[in-house]
Design a binder for this molecule. Sequence first.
Ligand code: GLU
Length: 418
Amino acid sequence: MKGLTENPIFQMACQQFDAAADHLQIPQGERERTKWPKRLITVTVPVQMDTGETKVFYGYRVQHHLTLGPTKGGLRFHPAVDIGEVAALAMWMSWKCALVGLPYGGAKGGITCDPNKLSVGETERLTRRYTMEMIPFIGSHVDVMAPDMGTNEQTMAWMMDTYSAQVGRAEPSIVTGKPVSIGGSLGRRESTGRGVSFLADRAADILKLPNDSRVIIQGFGNVGSVAAYSLAKYGNKIIGVGDRSGAIYNAGGLNIVTLHAHFQTHGTLEGYSEGDFITNDDLLIQECEILVPAALERVITEKNAGKLKCRILAEGANGPTTPAADAILRQRDDVYIIPDILCNAGGVIVSYFEWVQDLQNFFWSEVEVFDKLYRILTHSFDQVLKEAKVRKVDHRTAALSLGIQKVVEAKKIRGLFP
Ligand code: GLU
């Protein structure tokens, strides 16, 4: 597939898949069938800007496999979005859903845009028009979107409204990550960040790290900020936080409440006075017990993997560690990796809960949501650790293998039609 195969993020997802497929000794035919995305959709999205002129944006949706149920995954608004990145993220969603036992194939969508440069009205028109363009390809039992980088509950509310207006009835189950007032689930907004901190805390227990471990978080969006609050609540000390502009570092510990208030008021961490302002590159190599990359892909590379000074790498982002960095970390053997498809799975797990609640019109309490979430995460984490131990592989290969194997088996038992 030309265009895709030249994209470095897609190449990275393929490299990871190939390593796991080698390990599982999947025959060539089944390998090809499992690896390549089923549907790649590209649309043009014309939007009337506030100036009155019309601008055309590019929108994408990749549905990776349809073997186990509808496809599921977020919608990203970011300037770097392209079909290759979206296809890689869709692939990771497939292994993530399979690993934690959700009846979904993976999907991901995106629009190439800078959400920080769009007004609220422009964002709404862009979202609604993208949803319109996607109507032939989505549905509660076909493909269900959710928030990702640059999108949020409001985006999902506009999508749900646009779709519902088209079909002539309220259809909450068309998206997840909606506001609770229109069929969203309690706990969905916090679920990814809380899942990350829950697993990091379990890993810290296994490694017998101190209760007041030092934490560094790169990315202060929905995932990073909730993980910061949650890890601080477990008793850890947050010593560094980064965003697009740079990072705030304070070896004595940061006050997350005032830092978050500053971030929300100014839209950046820059200017916060109770810490040193450093670069994101420097942030990642400061000494700490728990490092959480919670932003874009490919931030841990062959350039900094040898310099990391953390004990746990809890991957809140999708694809933060390149295969070259993985090779270095495997050699070092002193960094305990909680791989992305496990570490950040809390988001899609609670999305699944939201979808189930919407389909049944029967809503759960927050306690029920988190109780069920932590059970699934605990079980999946234990399975990954067991697989890694029995097969003598690293955590990433173990997690990917478990996910990929489930998809391969499902395809095999369903057979090939015609
Ligand atoms: N965008 C999130 C992820 O990458 C959540 C997807 C979802 O909830 O469907 O896992």
